[in-house]
Design a protein around this ligand. Structure first.
Ligand code: GCV
Length: 685
């Protein structure tokens, strides 16, 4: 199929004009003239221009299709409105109802946001929902956010997009906001089509130029925010905590200083006056050399609440990140184990944050490793709004050179039972309940994730990395979703006419997270990557102490002792039973053993293998699995267009090269350290 400016990208996008065809065939009628209804009409018109079989295509006997908010429906179809009203009772503003009434298939909602979600659901799932039944759908997580780590210029310390592996920013170039907004609009459509409802517009590391987004680029920010709002998405700005100094001319950013507080009030007033679609701020403070309240001897509650006060008159929200740690510290020291940092900083402040503050907690205590335990703040914080932060970008999981479908990892985190013993948590204490706001009855809760898109023709550097963006949106909407089912759906939408390709892509991606884990760092120990850019193996790359590597491998054993009894005490941050499970070398799950314990190479895992044999076996197995991925792709590669085939084949070849490099470096390192041979006699260099 020809690509069009409207769908602008490539054959590798799940949102395609042909998915609109079934709707067009039913002569859809959209009532109401709000901005979201306009968006739906534009979608239909654009698709019709591209693929529709022509006007008046409703076939005799087929139901007409009506899309209307309940209010609009009541004006023109009062009988239908009355009939559907009971189904809408108690449904939130993003929910929608599908039903059939007197020969009309009806999509309706209390609010236009719900209508838009319902429209995209019809594109994704087709019209089979109109089977005579009445269905209600609404999102589980109230906040479903995407964070851009985009900089205004490619000269920024980490380039155009920090940890971006998909080309340059679609928002900014050469220190200015891009004026051709077609890609931005397409991105808004992509996000809306999977249910995202919030986006932050710039990198959380806010340097000089980005600080001025608040002042010098306000009109552009307003335009971008309007485009997203037209798709039901609220826009947030990452702000520089030291903005009162950097652009306000003050001598301090002390959150308790009246002048500083006033500065934020006025700056926010000016911003909201010009950017009515703004949702609020996202803040990284006191982390990786960014400024924050610690400079002034203040707490993060002081800092966040100051901003909350400035945003309150505008209905705005502060997303305040818990990724706060001293990047120059020694991780070995009991008091400074990096894993402890977020909990140590924020848990004592539980209950002190304003109700329009949300703490944004990374899924694990470290930094988006292939395997980490779940952050003890999730389920720990009870009297504070929380969103969990994931990373779609794949910084530590192959950087989109490797195929690595992350939804199974996210699902495992969402399903983790934090075991709140609190009687106020009657509806469950799994992470998915916490981020739904249910566990502690929080008004704001949800998920955020670092985006993986750029100006690449496929949006993502690896065409299949789109599956991660798609699955993130759908899991955020419904954390009970099955990652395998999402993968099938994404594959069907992305390769609609190519069933062999659909099957091959599913076969390759389904287990790719575990494959990646097998050939990289074992048993939860993490890292072992090249410092700085974080791609490829460097077993001793990160040395955090004068005494050795952070993973403490020596001739006798490997792993980090984070127990209360003899280690950093990190296990004590968990609720029971997890505190005891992780504390015990016998009860700790194999896959996290080296995160929590330093053990001899001969230590026997629950699997029955020794640690050293596990390392050898998984690294050989990981490479074999990548070889199988390459072979599976070769069976179908000639069915897709040449450019796509070449891109994927090139990435798979690099994945195989890299997997072998990981295998050889890891196995050799531990063979030499331990002096233990592979029990199966395979060659280790
Ligand atoms: C945006 C890691 C990444 C940084 C990132 C940081 C964060 O340290 O390597 O690039 O900075 O996380 O999440 O703030």
């Amino acid at each position: 199929m020809a690509t069009t400016p409207w769908f602008s990208t490539s054959d590798s996008c799940w949102l395609r004009p042909q998915h609109v065809l079934p709707l067009l065939g039913h002569g859809p009628q959209v009532l109401g003239d709000g901005r979201l209804q306009t968006t739906i009409r534009e979608e239909l018109a654009a698709a019709a221009a591209e693929v529709a079989p022509g006007p008046g295509t409703t076939k005799p006997g087929e139901h007409a299709l009506l899309l209307a908010t309940h209010e609009d429906l009541a004006l023109t179809h009062p009988g239908m409105a009355a009939a559907v009203e009971p189904a809408l009772v108690g449904l939130g503003p993003e929910g929608y109802v599908t039903t059939t009434h007197a020969g009309t298939d009806l999509l309706t909602a209390a609010d236009a946001r719900g209508l838009l979600h319902g429209f995209y659901a019809l594109l994704r799932d087709g019209l089979a929902v109109f089977d005579g039944s009445t269905r209600r759908e609404e999102p589980t997580c109230p906040v479903r956010m995407v964070n851009q780590w985009d900089n205004l210029s490619a000269d920024a310390p980490m380039g155009s997009v920090e940890r971006g592996y998909s080309g340059d920013s679609i928002f900014y170039a050469d220190g200015a906001v891009v004026q051709d907004r077609r890609r931005v609009k397409d991105y808004a459509r992509l996000l809306a089509s999977v249910g995202i409802n919030a986006l932050s517009l710039n990198n959380v590391n806010v340097h000089g130029p980005e600080t001025r987004l608040m002042t010098d680029h306000v009109q552009d920010v307003a335009d971008l925010a309007r485009t997203f709002a037209d798709h039901g998405i609220a826009t947030y700005l990452s702000i520089n905590y030291a903005a009162p100094i950097e652009i306000g001319g003050l001598g301090t950013a002390d959150p308790l200083d009246p002048q500083v507080r006033q500065w934020w009030v006025q700056a926010s007033e000016a911003l909201f006056a010009q950017v009515p679609d703004l949702g609020g701020y996202l803040v990284k403070a006191d982390s990786e050399n960014r400024p924050g309240p610690f400079t002034y001897g203040r707490t993060h509650a002081d800092g966040a609440n100051m901003l909350a006060e400035a945003l309150r008159p505008h209905g705005g929200t502060v997303f305040w990140r818990c990724f706060v740690y001293d990047c120059r510290q020694d991780w070995r020291d009991r008091r400074t184990d990096r894993a402890r940092a977020a909990y140590d900083h924020f848990m004592p402040l539980d209950g002190e944050f304003a109700d329009n503050v949300v703490l944004q907690v990374k899924n694990g205590p470290m930094d988006f490793q292939v395997r980490e335990p779940v952050s003890p703040l999730l389920g720990g914080l009870e009297r504070t709004n929380v969103v969990m932060e994931l990373q779609i970008a794949q910084e530590y999981t192959g950087q989109q050179k490797h195929a690595c479908y992350l939804a199974p990892q996210w699902k495992q985190v969402l399903d983790f039972d934090t075991r709140s013993a609190d009687p106020r948590a009657p509806s469950g204490a799994a992470v998915r309940d916490v981020v739904a706001g249910r566990t502690f009855a929080r008004p704001v809760a949800g998920v955020a994730a670092v985006s993986n898109i750029g100006d690449d023709v496929y949006w993502t550097g690896h065409p299949w990395a789109q599956a991660n963006l798609y699955a993130y949106g759908r899991l955020a909407w419904d954390p009970a979703s099955d990652p395998d089912d999402l993968l099938h759906r994404w594959s069907r939408l992305t390769y609609p006419d190519l069933p062999d390709v659909q099957r091959a892509v599913v076969d390759i991606l389904a287990g790719s997270w575990l494959t990646y884990e097998r050939y990289t760092s074992p048993l939860g120990v993490g890292w072992m990557v090249e410092p700085g850019h974080h791609y490829g193996p460097s077993i001793e790359g990160y040395e955090y102490s004068a005494w050795g590597t952070y993973h403490f491998a020596d001739r006798d054993g490997v792993g980090v002792d984070r127990t209360v009894a003899t280690g950093t005490g990190y296990t004590g941050q968990y609720r029971e039973p997890w505190a005891s499970v992780y504390e015990s070398v016998d009860r700790c799950p194999d896959e996290l053993l080296l995160f929590f314990h330093h053990v001899p190479y001969g230590h026997e895992l629950a699997s029955g293998r020794t640690v050293i044999q596990h390392i050898y076996d998984t690294h050989f197995q990981g490479v074999e699995e990548v070889q199988a991925m390459v072979a599976r792709w070769e069976q179908v590669a000639d069915q897709v267009d040449g450019a796509l085939a070449e891109r994927v084949s090139g990435r798979l070849a690099e994945q195989l090269r890299s997997a072998r490099e990981w295998r050889d470096q890891v196995n050799t390192y531990f063979r030499r350290a331990s002096g233990v041979d592979d029990a199966r006699g395979r060659t280790i260099y």
